[in-house]
Design a protein around this ligand. Sequence first.
Ligand code: SAM
Length: 245
Amino acid sequence: QTTHFGYQTVNKEEKVEKVAEVFHSVAAKYDLMNDLMSMGIHRVWKRHTIACSGARSGNKILDLAGGTGDLTAKFSKIVGSEGQVVLADINESMLKVGRAKLHDMGIVGNVECVQANAEALPFADNTFDVITIAFGLRNVTDKDAALRSMYRVLKPGGRLLVLEFSKPTTEALTKIYDWYSFNLLPNMGKVITNDAESYQYLAESIRMHPDQETLKGMMEEAGFEETSYQNLTGGIVALHKGYKF
Ligand code: SAM
Protein backbone atom coordinates (compact mmCIF):
# COMPACT_ATOMS: atom_id res chain seq x y z
CA GLN A 1 0.00 0.00 0.00
CA THR A 2 1.54 3.25 -1.10
CA THR A 3 0.42 6.42 0.59
CA HIS A 4 0.58 10.09 -0.30
CA PHE A 5 4.16 10.19 0.98
CA GLY A 6 4.94 6.66 -0.27
CA TYR A 7 5.15 5.96 3.44
CA GLN A 8 6.13 2.31 3.22
CA THR A 9 8.78 2.94 0.61
CA VAL A 10 10.59 5.79 2.34
CA ASN A 11 13.90 4.76 3.83
CA LYS A 12 14.98 5.27 7.41
CA GLU A 13 16.80 8.57 6.85
CA GLU A 14 13.84 9.99 4.93
CA LYS A 15 11.41 9.10 7.70
CA VAL A 16 13.65 10.63 10.39
CA GLU A 17 13.92 13.80 8.31
CA LYS A 18 10.18 13.93 7.63
CA VAL A 19 9.30 13.49 11.33
CA ALA A 20 11.78 16.22 12.30
CA GLU A 21 10.31 18.55 9.67
CA VAL A 22 6.71 17.84 10.70
CA PHE A 23 7.24 18.53 14.41
CA HIS A 24 9.43 21.53 13.76
CA SER A 25 6.64 22.91 11.59
CA VAL A 26 3.75 22.22 13.99
CA ALA A 27 5.51 22.95 17.33
CA ALA A 28 4.21 26.48 17.89
CA LYS A 29 0.59 25.51 17.29
CA TYR A 30 0.81 21.93 18.53
CA ASP A 31 -1.26 22.38 21.70
CA LEU A 32 -4.01 24.33 19.94
CA MET A 33 -4.21 21.75 17.16
CA ASN A 34 -4.32 18.89 19.67
CA ASP A 35 -7.32 20.43 21.36
CA LEU A 36 -9.11 21.14 18.08
CA MET A 37 -8.31 17.85 16.40
CA SER A 38 -9.37 15.70 19.31
CA MET A 39 -12.12 18.08 20.50
CA GLY A 40 -10.28 18.18 23.80
CA ILE A 41 -10.47 14.40 24.27
CA HIS A 42 -6.67 14.03 24.32
CA ARG A 43 -6.86 15.55 27.79
CA VAL A 44 -9.10 12.71 28.95
CA TRP A 45 -6.79 10.08 27.39
CA LYS A 46 -3.80 11.69 29.10
CA ARG A 47 -5.54 11.91 32.47
CA HIS A 48 -6.40 8.24 32.18
CA THR A 49 -2.76 7.43 31.41
CA ILE A 50 -1.65 9.25 34.55
CA ALA A 51 -4.27 7.39 36.58
CA CYS A 52 -2.98 4.03 35.26
CA SER A 53 0.70 4.91 35.76
CA GLY A 54 0.86 4.09 39.45
CA ALA A 55 3.16 7.13 39.82
CA ARG A 56 3.90 8.11 43.40
CA SER A 57 5.66 10.80 45.35
CA GLY A 58 9.43 10.45 45.02
CA ASN A 59 9.30 8.50 41.74
CA LYS A 60 11.63 9.09 38.82
CA ILE A 61 9.59 9.30 35.61
CA LEU A 62 10.47 9.48 31.93
CA ASP A 63 7.95 11.25 29.67
CA LEU A 64 9.40 10.07 26.38
CA ALA A 65 8.58 11.87 23.12
CA GLY A 66 7.03 14.24 25.63
CA GLY A 67 6.81 17.16 23.22
CA THR A 68 5.15 20.13 24.84
CA GLY A 69 5.05 18.42 28.22
CA ASP A 70 1.38 17.74 29.05
CA LEU A 71 2.17 14.53 30.93
CA THR A 72 5.35 15.99 32.45
CA ALA A 73 3.32 18.81 34.03
CA LYS A 74 0.94 16.35 35.65
CA PHE A 75 3.67 13.94 36.81
CA SER A 76 5.67 16.81 38.26
CA LYS A 77 2.88 17.46 40.77
CA ILE A 78 2.61 13.78 41.71
CA VAL A 79 6.31 13.05 42.26
CA GLY A 80 6.90 16.24 44.28
CA SER A 81 10.22 17.67 45.33
CA GLU A 82 11.67 14.24 46.19
CA GLY A 83 10.99 12.92 42.71
CA GLN A 84 12.02 13.84 39.19
CA VAL A 85 10.44 13.94 35.74
CA VAL A 86 12.54 13.82 32.60
CA LEU A 87 10.87 15.28 29.53
CA ALA A 88 12.73 13.73 26.60
CA ASP A 89 12.11 14.45 22.93
CA ILE A 90 14.18 14.26 19.78
CA ASN A 91 12.88 17.57 18.44
CA GLU A 92 14.45 20.82 19.56
CA SER A 93 11.42 22.94 18.54
CA MET A 94 8.94 20.79 20.47
CA LEU A 95 11.23 20.80 23.54
CA LYS A 96 11.56 24.57 23.34
CA VAL A 97 7.77 25.01 23.42
CA GLY A 98 7.53 22.43 26.22
CA ARG A 99 10.22 24.08 28.32
CA ALA A 100 8.58 27.52 27.96
CA LYS A 101 5.14 26.14 28.81
CA LEU A 102 6.38 24.36 31.96
CA HIS A 103 8.23 27.49 32.98
CA ASP A 104 5.05 29.58 32.55
CA MET A 105 3.18 27.06 34.70
CA GLY A 106 5.80 27.49 37.44
CA ILE A 107 6.98 23.89 36.99
CA VAL A 108 10.75 24.07 37.23
CA GLY A 109 12.23 22.37 40.28
CA ASN A 110 11.80 18.68 39.56
CA VAL A 111 11.74 18.61 35.76
CA GLU A 112 14.64 18.12 33.38
CA CYS A 113 14.36 18.50 29.59
CA VAL A 114 16.60 16.27 27.51
CA GLN A 115 16.94 16.05 23.76
CA ALA A 116 17.10 12.34 23.06
CA ASN A 117 16.24 9.69 20.51
CA ALA A 118 13.93 6.99 21.89
CA GLU A 119 15.93 4.39 19.95
CA ALA A 120 19.09 5.03 22.00
CA LEU A 121 18.19 6.59 25.33
CA PRO A 122 21.07 8.39 27.05
CA PHE A 123 20.25 7.10 30.54
CA ALA A 124 21.77 4.42 32.77
CA ASP A 125 20.15 0.99 33.07
CA ASN A 126 17.34 0.69 35.67
CA THR A 127 16.78 4.44 36.12
CA PHE A 128 13.01 5.05 35.94
CA ASP A 129 10.01 3.87 37.97
CA VAL A 130 7.58 4.77 35.19
CA ILE A 131 8.03 5.49 31.47
CA THR A 132 5.28 6.97 29.32
CA ILE A 133 5.32 7.53 25.59
CA ALA A 134 2.18 9.33 24.43
CA PHE A 135 1.47 9.69 20.72
CA GLY A 136 5.19 9.27 20.17
CA LEU A 137 5.95 5.65 19.28
CA ARG A 138 4.33 5.81 15.83
CA ASN A 139 6.83 8.50 14.84
CA VAL A 140 9.84 6.43 15.83
CA THR A 141 11.54 4.69 12.92
CA ASP A 142 12.86 1.63 14.74
CA LYS A 143 10.11 0.89 17.26
CA ASP A 144 11.67 -2.39 18.39
CA ALA A 145 14.94 -0.65 19.23
CA ALA A 146 12.99 2.04 21.10
CA LEU A 147 11.06 -0.53 23.15
CA ARG A 148 14.31 -2.35 24.03
CA SER A 149 15.86 0.96 25.04
CA MET A 150 12.85 1.78 27.27
CA TYR A 151 13.08 -1.67 28.84
CA ARG A 152 16.77 -1.14 29.62
CA VAL A 153 16.29 2.18 31.44
CA LEU A 154 13.21 1.04 33.38
CA LYS A 155 13.81 -0.15 36.95
CA PRO A 156 12.85 -3.73 37.82
CA GLY A 157 9.25 -3.46 39.03
CA GLY A 158 8.75 -0.41 36.81
CA ARG A 159 6.02 0.07 34.27
CA LEU A 160 5.79 1.30 30.69
CA LEU A 161 2.66 2.98 29.34
CA VAL A 162 2.24 3.50 25.61
CA LEU A 163 -0.62 5.82 24.67
CA GLU A 164 -1.09 5.76 20.92
CA PHE A 165 -3.60 5.88 18.12
CA SER A 166 -4.70 2.38 17.27
CA LYS A 167 -7.28 0.43 15.30
CA PRO A 168 -10.97 1.31 15.78
CA THR A 169 -12.96 -1.70 16.90
CA THR A 170 -15.91 -1.38 14.47
CA GLU A 171 -16.24 -0.97 10.69
CA ALA A 172 -18.48 2.09 11.08
CA LEU A 173 -16.04 3.87 13.36
CA THR A 174 -13.16 3.02 10.98
CA LYS A 175 -15.03 4.70 8.09
CA ILE A 176 -15.84 7.86 10.03
CA TYR A 177 -12.32 8.00 11.39
CA ASP A 178 -10.72 7.59 7.94
CA TRP A 179 -12.85 10.41 6.58
CA TYR A 180 -11.92 12.54 9.55
CA SER A 181 -8.19 11.87 9.29
CA PHE A 182 -7.77 12.10 5.54
CA ASN A 183 -10.21 14.94 4.79
CA LEU A 184 -11.06 17.04 7.80
CA LEU A 185 -7.68 16.82 9.55
CA PRO A 186 -5.44 18.05 6.68
CA ASN A 187 -7.96 20.81 5.95
CA MET A 188 -7.99 21.95 9.56
CA GLY A 189 -4.19 21.84 9.48
CA LYS A 190 -4.21 23.98 6.37
CA VAL A 191 -6.53 26.62 7.81
CA ILE A 192 -4.90 26.84 11.24
CA THR A 193 -1.23 26.24 10.55
CA ASN A 194 -1.12 26.68 6.77
CA ASP A 195 0.42 23.23 6.72
CA ALA A 196 -1.86 20.53 5.31
CA GLU A 197 1.09 18.27 4.52
CA SER A 198 2.19 17.76 8.13
CA TYR A 199 -1.34 16.75 9.09
CA GLN A 200 -1.55 14.43 6.09
CA TYR A 201 1.64 12.83 7.41
CA LEU A 202 0.13 12.48 10.89
CA ALA A 203 -2.96 10.76 9.45
CA GLU A 204 -0.78 8.37 7.48
CA SER A 205 1.48 7.57 10.41
CA ILE A 206 -1.64 6.66 12.40
CA ARG A 207 -2.86 4.36 9.63
CA MET A 208 0.51 2.58 9.39
CA HIS A 209 0.99 2.10 13.15
CA PRO A 210 0.81 -1.50 14.44
CA ASP A 211 -2.60 -2.52 15.79
CA GLN A 212 -3.30 -3.39 19.43
CA GLU A 213 -2.23 -7.05 19.36
CA THR A 214 0.85 -6.40 17.23
CA LEU A 215 2.11 -3.70 19.57
CA LYS A 216 1.47 -5.94 22.59
CA GLY A 217 3.58 -8.63 20.90
CA MET A 218 6.36 -6.13 20.17
CA MET A 219 6.43 -5.11 23.83
CA GLU A 220 6.76 -8.75 24.86
CA GLU A 221 9.51 -9.25 22.31
CA ALA A 222 11.40 -6.34 23.93
CA GLY A 223 11.17 -8.08 27.32
CA PHE A 224 8.07 -6.56 28.92
CA GLU A 225 5.89 -8.84 31.01
CA GLU A 226 2.24 -8.87 32.07
CA THR A 227 1.46 -6.79 29.00
CA SER A 228 -2.09 -5.62 28.42
CA TYR A 229 -4.00 -2.90 26.61
CA GLN A 230 -7.17 -0.98 26.97
CA ASN A 231 -9.09 0.49 24.04
CA LEU A 232 -10.13 4.10 24.55
CA THR A 233 -12.80 5.84 22.46
CA GLY A 234 -13.63 2.66 20.51
CA GLY A 235 -10.00 1.78 19.81
CA ILE A 236 -9.18 5.10 18.15
CA VAL A 237 -6.58 5.19 20.89
CA ALA A 238 -5.17 2.34 22.97
CA LEU A 239 -3.24 2.40 26.23
CA HIS A 240 -0.69 -0.43 26.42
CA LYS A 241 0.91 -1.38 29.68
CA GLY A 242 3.87 -3.62 30.45
CA TYR A 243 6.21 -4.32 33.35
CA LYS A 244 9.89 -5.09 33.80
CA PHE A 245 10.46 -7.65 36.54
N1 SAM B 1 3.72 13.29 24.13
C1 SAM B 1 3.25 14.58 23.63
C2 SAM B 1 1.75 14.64 23.67
O1 SAM B 1 1.14 13.59 23.88
O2 SAM B 1 1.20 15.70 23.49
C3 SAM B 1 3.79 14.85 22.23
C4 SAM B 1 3.36 13.90 21.15
S1 SAM B 1 3.83 14.41 19.53
C5 SAM B 1 2.49 13.81 18.56
C6 SAM B 1 5.10 13.25 19.11
C7 SAM B 1 6.47 13.62 19.62
O3 SAM B 1 7.36 12.53 19.37
C8 SAM B 1 7.10 14.83 18.94
O4 SAM B 1 7.40 15.82 19.88
C9 SAM B 1 8.34 14.27 18.28
O5 SAM B 1 9.41 15.17 18.22
C10 SAM B 1 8.64 13.09 19.15
N2 SAM B 1 9.51 12.06 18.53
C11 SAM B 1 9.43 11.58 17.28
N3 SAM B 1 10.39 10.67 17.07
C12 SAM B 1 11.08 10.56 18.23
C13 SAM B 1 12.20 9.77 18.65
N4 SAM B 1 12.80 8.90 17.81
N5 SAM B 1 12.65 9.90 19.91
C14 SAM B 1 12.07 10.80 20.75
N6 SAM B 1 11.02 11.58 20.42
C15 SAM B 1 10.53 11.45 19.17
